[in-house]
Design a protein around this ligand. Sequence first.
Ligand SMILES: C[S@@+](CC[C@H](N)C(=O)[O-])C[C@H]1O[C@@H](n2cnc3c(N)ncnc32)[C@H](O)[C@@H]1O
Length: 259
Amino acid sequence: MEWVREFYSRSGSWWGGAEARLTERDHRRVDLLRAHASPEGRILELGSGYGSTAVAAALAGYVVTAVEVSDRADFTAGLAQDLAAGCLTVHKADFYEVQLDQRFDAVCYWNGFGVGSDADQRRLLRRIGSEWLRPGGTALIDVFNPFVWAGWDGNEEHRMPNAAAGYDHELRERVRFDPVTCTVVDTWWEPADPDHPISQTLRCYAPADLMLLLDGTGLFLTGIAVGDDVVSVSPHSGMSSLLREQYEYLAVVTAVADS
Ligand SMILES: C[S@@+](CC[C@H](N)C(=O)[O-])C[C@H]1O[C@@H](n2cnc3c(N)ncnc32)[C@H](O)[C@@H]1O
């Protein structure tokens, strides 16, 4: 998965100037963490990107460990200047390889799960369940929603620079959705450099598929948050937000408690 480091480092160099800052989204994620995972304690954030949510969680009183493989991790120190020593530790590392010598009250992975094969996803889920979460602890994982991404197949965008907002690059994007493998291929390139596009490939899982994926990992899907609605994992009909609106949903996943 060498594309991961390359895609998120290069796109981070395009967008970091605009996006490496704390926003309402980060505070909303901390609210979700408090409501659905753990009101306090030690948390692990996987794929932390620029680190804005990790910093927001540390400001809210959590002791945060963040793992990010790409150069986006280099932005985090600039956001963390007001934090007290010891409340945020960043590992610029691959979460399939990093060794962490502690357990956490909660694990979160915002806007990133689905990179690699199903076997890779299971490997990560097993690490979350058996190495990182304390028994009975909860993980919050954003999962890409196939119902919405499928409808975006073939979409193209042309983004002009917006220097006032910190976006300095003219970019094109094309989205393809493969209905056989249930993956999005999201490709970006600079019109001035069309021979060097970069793509991210994202496996999408409907909630029912996520439950199959979790089988045998020691983790269980206990709820999903779709937009502002939190619903149980039971039959639902007419859920237009999941069918047509939200490109990801938040899976609330709990580790088996010690007996
Ligand atoms: C779509 S970005 C989201 C970043 C951040 N969570 C946010 O919501 O702004 C996904 C992030 O996961 C990171 N990532 C993907 N695979 C990783 C891995 N194996 N180890 C560490 N980070 C990884 C990527 O580098 C990228 O920064």
